[in-house]
Design a protein. Structure first.
Lengths: 150, 779
């Protein structure tokens, strides 16, 4: 089967098999930021935004994503506010889970203009950083908020 | 007017001690960085693994007709098929050659690979693996360590030491035992010590098996290229894997190429034999390009942290001196020994803690059971014995009505002291670490003890670990004519920051800037041998090799410049602007020097260096050695907690962790390692645990297995760097990857003890355990 997916602002016509997950389709298209860590929607490393809302792409059928706008961290660009905040705060160790946190933060900043620490940790709770970079991630999110408000 | 040239202003080199940004930070944050699964490989067939459904059984028959009938399936391979071609050489392992890539004749844990399906795509391979049916003759499983030691069922018919650890040779052929290694430490006479005792405490301690859960899942691809085997794999031990595969396939080392990218975390999981023997054996025997990607559920049964039981005792005299200590340590290593025997020895030996003790006795055993194989996990078995000694010493202090921090301070080993293992202490400032963490949490300040249902308390713990010795590191440095450099090492970047700090070490010697040094990812065709990237050894060992290779390069540049400028070598030195002749005040840049030397742009010069450590093997009866390790890791943690006596919940108000790192090459990265280790240790203290039921792992998915999230962060987390330079460390530095995790669980448990008056000896400290302990106390 064939379907058209709008990813990071560009339409892609993709072959896919029935029941194929969005995670697998995105990886097949070379989007390396989307990663399977658990396969059950419990670690957050496959997080993408669909029409601005975060989803676990390991639980999302690709066929359900036609006529939506799919966003991955590759699409943000290196000058993006959140991307810069994570880099500047040193908010990574191995880096594997970080694009998931970046997408969650992007969603949070769009939804909640002045989240406090409690709201930030509530929002990021479903993402696991096994290296334990949480203090720097918190700093990055706070820095992104204050940078945006400048 | 003087003919003398004006003095040239030179900046000092200052790469070491600076917090350089992590290598590849931008691509890692954006998600464009290529981890191992993203590296280009030839088009591969996929493997689906059929796994044992019993913990201990004889394989009677494997029926795979159903799998072969699935469209897209090429072939099915069993352990017997591999054994027919590879023979006994298919058995691998760092300590014992005990593990087949696919079970042969017998399965020894539930989840063990029994057969693989080779198919055109991953989904087909996995689905077809479920169409294999195995007839078993059930054997009695050995499910716990005491049954393993005392029973008459044996996981392996005999012990088969590998050629890798030469000191295990004497165990070859030993039969009718599940104990594959036994370490003894004997110092003074514990009975004589007991005669001086004013108080004695004993305990039965248990730390459960846990899972590493690096978020990057295991994957490996292998294929034949001419007469060679190429392997791309998530491994932190590429040099080891090359040797294992070459031995298994009876081919030369240069016929095996092992590559890995930076890893998406490991914590000890991606070490030694993981997917590589299986994938290499299939690719080589079937002459097919194959790829294996594990699910999270499969990763859970691939390797675990050792569950450890410790029966221990500690005594002190009335003044507060420790007079006797003993520990009986049992490491549950599961069905395959992996590096368990090393863990039992090198971690068991610190089971009495970093204290001045005259009389000590330790027995530490590594024990086979019918469970998934346990291997190295951040801390290498030390956190489990620290759980015992740091709980006991807290009780000793309380019995003597002494402050637990002051009691430790009185007994801690100092610089120049003889450790209970017979090796002199150097660059291990336990007292400095202890002082730093107690200061951070305001140890001596008054504390509110009670608020509603909450009870508050403070606890402290210290930890000691020896670095793996002897080991080998090499570095090759290529300096390019434009004064950029390419560094070839087999150290694997996995979040610890090795690519960044190795570049800083070379930059410091050669006056280079961030971005001027590229560190090549491990590739056994080009990067030189390195024992392993593990055990916090890279900063010291690879760091020393990199430093020596850089110094060799500096010396070569000075020689060349002296010859070109016709001055003596001693007149020249490398500076930030090039090689300076002091007498002539002439300066020649690296670019000019290499251009005139070789007559071309784009040329290269290469230097190399080796760094090898040595040890004195410990005495088999007493465990004593004048040099049991190259150096020590010293750390401490202090916790302030609140315990809800109604629900049993523990809330951490402040966690401070300190490590003596010798010298911090990159302070930001060091603090991240300390804090990251502390957060992982907090998980082990409060909830992290693998649960088995009759050999079946029952919580091996991320829906069931709890890990620390951002909401589990303590209210305050304070990582503290202590620097007591090591005389042989590169710039005085030592590693720090494990220091932060070691003292965390007992520090938290000691704070809980302080808050609610109960001593819990089984981890994790779940609300149920806390409530049960409170109920027990109320009786």
């Amino acid at each position: 089967m064939n379907l058209t997916l709008n990813i990071n602002g560009t339409d892609h016509s993709v072959e896919f098999s029935d029941g194929e997950l969005l995670l697998d389709v995105l990886r097949r298209l070379g989007l390396t930021s989307v990663r399977e860590g658990c396969g059950v929607g419990a670690c957050g490393s496959c997080t993408v935004l669909i029409d601005g809302h975060s989803v676990s792409s390991c639980l999302t059928l690709a066929s359900r994503c036609e006529n939506t706008e799919i966003q991955t961290s590759e699409g943000l660009g290196s000058s993006d506010l959140v991307v810069r905040a994570f880099i500047d705060a040193g908010a990574l160790q191995c880096g594997y889970c970080i694009p998931g946190f970046v997408m969650m933060t992007t969603e949070l900043l769009a939804e909640n203009h002045h989240p406090d620490k409690q709201a930030i940790s509530d929002h990021l709770e479903g993402n696991i950083c096994r290296c334990g970079t949480y203090p720097e991630i918190m700093n990055a999110v706070l820095a992104a908020i204050s940078e945006r408000d400048k | 007017m003087s003919n003398e040239a004006p003095a040239i202003e030179i900046e000092d080199s200052a790469a070491v001690g600076q917090s350089w940004k992590r290598t590849n930070a931008e691509s890692k944050v954006m998600g464009t960085f290529r981890y191992t699964a993203d590296l280009p490989v030839p088009k591969c067939l996929y493997l689906g693994v059929h796994r044992a459904s019993q913990p201990h059984a004889r394989i009677v028959h494997i029926d795979y007709e159903g799998a072969l009938a699935v469209p897209g399936v090429i072939k099915v391979v069993t352990g017997a098929d591999l054994h027919n071609v590879l023979g006994e050489e298919m058995m691998t392992g760092p300590a014992f050659s005990d593990q087949p890539p696919l079970a042969w004749q017998r399965v020894r844990y539930l989840g063990e690979p029994v057969a693989v399906v080779i198919a055109t795509d991953l989904a087909t391979a996995r689905a077809a693996a479920d169409e294999i049916f195995v007839e078993y003759e059930g054997l009695t499983p050995v499910l716990d360590i005491d049954a393993a030691v005392n029973g008459q069922v044996f996981v392996h018919s005999e012990l088969r030491p590998s050629v890798i650890f030469q000191d295990l040779k004497h165990l070859s052929g030993r039969k009718e035992t599940n104990v594959n290694y036994e370490y003894h430490l004997l110092l003074g006479d514990t009975d004589t010590g007991l005669q001086k005792a004013a108080t004695t405490v004993t305990g039965e301690f248990w730390t459960p098996p846990t899972s590493h859960v690096a978020i990057e899942l295991f994957n490996a691809s292998a294929w034949i290229e001419d007469d060679r085997l190429e392997l791309v794999s998530t491994t932190q031990t590429p040099s080891y894997v090359r040797q294992t595969i070459a031995s298994m396939l009876h081919i030369r080392l240069n016929q095996v190429r092992v590559r890995t990218s930076a890893l998406g975390g490991s914590f000890g999981s991606k070490m030694y034999d993981r997917l590589e023997p299986l994938v290499a054996a299939i690719a080589w025997t079937q002459k097919l390009p194959v790829r294996l990607e594990l699910t999270r559920e499969e990763s859970f049964v691939l390797t675990t942290r050792h569950g450890v039981a410790v029966s221990s005792q500690m005594s002190a005299d009335a003044e507060g001196n420790i007079v006797s200590a003993s520990a009986d340590v049992r490491y549950d290593t599961g069905a395959y020994a992996d590096v368990g025997p090393r863990i039992a020895a090198k971690s068991g030996m610190v089971a009495c803690g970093p204290y001045r003790i005259e009389n000590a006795r330790i027995t530490s055993r590594c024990i086979y059971t019918n469970k998934p194989s346990a291997g190295p996990f951040r801390g290498f078995g030390v956190p489990q014995v620290t759980w015992s000694h740091e709980s006991l010493i807290d009780e000793l202090a309380r019995n003597l009505e002494q402050d637990p921090a002051a009691f430790r301070r009185r007994n801690l080993l100092r610089e120049g002291d003889m450790s209970p293992m017979g090796t002199v202490m150097h660059s291990a400032d336990f007292v400095g670490c202890l002082d730093a963490v107690t200061d951070a949490v305001g140890w001596d300040e008054p504390m509110q003890r009670k608020a509603g249902n909450w009870r508050w308390g403070r606890g402290v713990a210290v930890g000691l670990k020896a670095v793996l010795t002897p080991t080998v590191s090499n570095a090759v440095l290529q300096l390019n004519q434009d004064s950029s450099a390419t560094l070839l090492i087999s150290t694997v970047e996995m979040g610890q920051g090795s690519d960044t700090i190795m570049a800083q070490i070379a930059a410091d010697i050669l006056y280079l800037s961030p971005g001027q040094i590229r560190v090549v990812s491990p590739d056994t065709d080009v990067t030189p041998y390195d024992t392993i990237t593990a055990g916090s050894r890279s900063t010291y060992h690879s760091g020393n090799a990199v430093k020596k290779a850089s110094e060799n390069m500096r010396d070569r540049l000075v020689d060349m410049a002296a010859a070109q400028m016709r001055v003596s070598v001693s007149d020249c030195k490398l500076t930030s602007r090039g090689i300076l002749s002091s007498s002539t005040q002439r300066i020649i840049s690296i670019e000019e020097l290499m251009l005139s030397q070789f007559g071309a742009t784009g040329t290269t010069m290469t230097t190399e260096a080796n760094f090898t450590t040595e040890w004195t093997p410990y005495d088999k009866e007493s465990g004593q050695s004048s040099k049991v390790t190259e150096h020590w890791f010293a750390g401490a943690a202090a916790a302030e907690v609140a315990v809800d006596i109604r629900t049993g919940r523990i809330h951490i108000r402040h966690l401070a962790v300190a490590g003596d790192v010798g010298r911090a090459i990159n302070p930001t990265l060091v603090r991240q390692q300390l804090a990251g280790g502390a957060i992982m240790g907090m998980g082990h203290a409060l909830f992290d645990e693998i649960v088995f039921d009759e050999g079946q792992m029952i919580n091996g998915t991320l829906l069931d297995y709890q890990l620390p999230s951002i909401k589990d962060l303590p209210d305050r987390l304070t990582p503290i760097i202590i620097e007591n330079p090591h005389r042989n460390g590169p710039f005085g530095a030592k590693g720090v990857g494990e220091t932060g995790i070691i003292p965390i669980a007992p520090a938290i448990a000691n704070a809980v003890r302080d808050a609610i008056g109960v001593r819990i000896t089984t981890l994790p400290l779940t609300p149920e355990r806390v409530l049960n302990a409170l109920a027990e106390q109320g009786k």
